[in-house]
Design a protein around this ligand. Sequence first.
Ligand code: ATP
Ligand code: FE
Length: 335
Amino acid sequence: VFILAIESSCDDTAAAVLHNDKVLSNVVANQLIHNQYGGVVPELASRAHQQNIVPVIDAALRKANIQKEQLSAIAFTQGPGLMGSLLVGSSFAKSLALALQIPLIAVNHMHAHILAHFIDEEGYDKPEFPFLALTISGGHTQIVRVDGFFDMTIIGETTDDAVGEAFDKSAKILGLPYPGGPLVDKYAQLGNPKAFAFTKPKVPGLDFSFSGLKTAILYFIQKKQLENPNFIEENTNDICASIQHTIIEILMDKLKLAVKETGIKQIAIGGGVSANSGIRATLKEAEKKYGWKTFIPKFEYTTDNAAMIGIVGYQKFLSEHFETSSVVSKARIQF
Ligand code: ATP
Ligand code: FE
């Protein structure tokens, strides 16, 4: 089975070709245009997708050394995401499936962040059902109980900001460019995680809240700057390390509770923030500390990519979950 997968939910145009559960090519065109605006501008994102989609798909087919006529199906991201961005991918997928007379498969982007673990990749184990998935990305923070490829239940989620937003907004307060998450990670590796303490939010059960942390950081910085105008410049590494440490503690507290409540000790992380080196290291330690088995995706399958759409496409192909060309994109989508 050869699947062409297209991902265009936010600001990256991505295409991948899979042979069964193996990735033959995985191409991503990042839209750098948004950086100067400090966030994704939806109108510019859909325009850039229109410019990028044909060359990105061509590159994915070329790198995989596959002709269009060999494809078994086209998979695309149905949602969640920005409507104008999603429409570019879905329209292209529909036209190509129609032209090639092959099945069309719609994929939920959040399922894909989780099921990316089922890509066959040397040196990476696949989780067994049931497992817990912690999806941490730019728009979501969820703990999901995964009982099967299409049998997933959200057991905890954020009540306000996503973890990625917490990273990006904290970075913005420090004057770091968008997206700040990777930069906070970089500086945190050079700093002392215990240098400054930020109070953790009190949220019942398995849900999260991150908006209070951002405010706490803002007030802390403003206060310190009154005493020392160069406070940020002189303490960037320690501030970043302390922010990252607090975020990791918030995530770990809830994961521990989820393990206690479900009895499931297999934990898989996914989404852009799972690229974070501190989170990766903490989860690895948890294997020894708590006897968990943890699954950390290959770096290129953490932030938005089409290979993860392709692996869901492959599973849906096997179970013949196909769509007609009247399938619609959804900015918000039922999990
Ligand atoms: P969603 O998947 O919820 O629709 P998205 O697709 O925009 O959102 P992703 O691409 O999965 O999000 O993740 C992007 C987020 O990951 C950004 O907030 C970015 O700052 C964050 N991020 C990426 N790398 C790191 C890192 N090393 N440390 C912390 N955050 C990171
Ligand atoms: Fe994503």
